[in-house]
Design a protein around this ligand. Structure first.
Ligand SMILES: [Cu+2]
Length: 133
């Protein structure tokens, strides 16, 4: 009986670890509903959704990212090549590498995203856009 319980809890652990693994491959696309429920319970509070911005030398994975005005969205920065940081201009949001920040912007518009870590020769070219609709 006890052995069986041990096995069951070990299986739970495996499932949790596997869930983390698949989450990493989620580059920039909207997380699946189950993922975002887990994440919002953990770090961002009651965020509406999550986006992952992937940074490498010397670019971000998309030319623009969209979030909804007035709604908290968890934005995660993932550096897969080099070390980068993210700054949303005209706002106070800075997202360090590997961190998730709940971002709420009330005013619709285009916000420039830049890298805020001096990362090398292509640093000044590291720009993308956050579209708030
Ligand atoms: Cu940089």
């Amino acid at each position: 009986m006890k052995k069986w319980l041990l096995f069951a809890s070990a299986m739970c652990l495996v499932i949790v670890l596997a869930a983390c693994g698949t989450n990493k491959g989620n580059e920039g696309t909207a997380a699946s509903p189950t993922d975002s429920v887990e994440t919002s319970a953990g770090e961002g509070g009651a965020a509406a959704g999550e986006i992952v911005i992937t940074a490498s030398n010397y670019k971000f994975d998309k030319s623009e990212y969209k979030i909804k005005a007035g709604e908290a969205t968890n934005i995660k920065l993932d550096s897969i090549d080099g070390l980068h940081g993210l700054q949303i201009r005209k706002t106070e949001y800075n997202i360090p590498n590997g961190k998730t920040v709940a971002v709420t912007i009330a005013e619709p518009g285009e916000y420039e995203i830049i890298c805020n870590v001096p990362c090398g020769s292509g640093h000044t070219k590291m720009k993308t856009k956050l579209i708030v609709v």
